[in-house]
Write a new protein. Structure first.
Length: 368
């Protein structure tokens, strides 16, 4: 299937191209800003579907809105009709198409041209009225405030907030691309304007605060709740603005005669991850917890865990190693320790269900 993409070098276009390249069933052709308009006819004649993404957002002259957003769309419609190409067209419009400004008027005019073509040619036209789109490869000071904030904060540049309580409506680029391809796969007739879901709402100040937290997490080691929804999408976007020199960061570590201990990652409500090394014959631990629990796994070497019940004095031990990847849990009310019984340095990874608080450590020394 031959797919023609206008505006393939733009933010949305780049993401669409990369996604379509994952599928062997699609061949991609493009029409971009530097291409001569004369080549468009030949490209449309070979296309099985068109993603019309080319548009002008922030031109120096308002006339560019009409030239790119409307007249280019009208030319595509005219050529499609002349060539009698009954092919699906997916158009990226804007929620501003309902607004009385040059950008909105040009997008609305483009929509009308496409709807007219759909009625005349009985072809599938799908119009997406997009709010603010954000995601990787967006341009700061051009595509969205999200891109600007991410770029500036990642590079420790100041940000400007004029309306902190202004509510933003946002859609994530991955959701946009998925919605586009769903239309291409299903090819259902859709002349009305479509929406991408979910649509996220956040104030300008909340947005700035969230992105600031992403940067600060490298210092505090406390990760934001980046596993789902808007925070996940914003975090991915923020990371995309890091330069290669920013791909690494150091964490604090604490060496002593036993080895090294380092905290790696902390969460707001699900504890923290750490790792430690232990020299041969050295024992760590020798304490118990009232409520805290831990999970250990030996990454390299051999270990002996010993346990003693505080009430019954029941004792037992567990031998484990990196040859047998298993989790050893420490249980509240049981004294425990861990000894390196191998000949080389042992490395262990540790999860605790809460962030260590030196004022309330819940760690009481006791012999096994």
């Amino acid at each position: 299937m031959q797919i023609l993409i206008t505006g393939s070098q733009g933010f949305i276009g780049q993401n669409l191209v990369i996604e379509l390249l994952k599928y062997q069933s699609y061949e991609i052709d493009t029409f971009d800003r530097d291409d001569d308009i004369s080549v468009l006819e030949n490209k449309i004649s070979k296309a099985d579907a068109i993603f019309h993404l080319a548009g002008e957002n922030r031109p120096k002259d308002d006339d560019a809105f009409d030239l790119t957003n409307y007249k280019l769309t009208k030319r595509i419609c005219d050529l499609t009709e002349i060539l009698q190409r009954n092919i699906p067209i997916i158009f990226s419009s804007s929620t501003q198409a309902t607004q009385e400004n040059p950008y909105g008027k040009s997008k609305l005019a483009a929509e009308k041209a496409l709807i007219k073509l759909s009625k005349q040619m009985k072809c599938q036209v799908t119009i997406f009225r997009l709010p603010g789109v954000f995601g990787k490869w967006s341009k700061p000071n051009y595509n969205s405030v999200v891109a600007t904030f991410c770029f500036n904060i990642a590079n420790q540049l100041p940000i400007q907030i004029n309306e902190p309580n202004k509510l933003l409506s946002l859609v994530y680029i991955d959701d946009v691309i998925r919605s586009f391809i769903d239309i291409l796969d299903n090819q259902g007739s859709k002349e009305k304007c479509n929406v991408v879901e979910p649509i996220y709402s956040i104030t300008v100040q909340e947005l700035a605060n969230q992105i600031q937290c992403f940067r600060e997490s490298r210092k505090t080691l406390i990760t934001e709740r980046v596993g789902k929804s808007l925070t996940r999408a914003l975090y991915a976007t923020y990371l995309s603005f890091l330069e290669p020199s920013q791909f690494t960061y150091e964490i604090p570590y604490f060496p002593d005669e036993r080895g090294v201990f380092a905290e790696v990652l902390k969460t707001y409500d699900s504890g923290q991850f750490s790792f430690f090394t232990t020299l041969p014959g050295i024992t760590r631990g020798q304490h118990f917890h009232d409520s805290k629990s831990e999970k250990f796994i030996i990454i390299r070497g051999k270990a002996r865990f010993r346990f003693r019940h505080l009430i019954t004095n029941e004792r037992f031990e567990i031998l484990t190693s990196s040859d047998k990847l298993e989790i050893v849990e420490t249980i509240p009310g049981w004294v425990h320790d861990i000894t390196n019984i191998g000949e080389n340095e042992m490395i262990a990874m540790l999860w605790a269900n809460e962030i260590f608080d030196p004022n309330q450590p819940d760690t009481i020394s006791s012999e096994v």
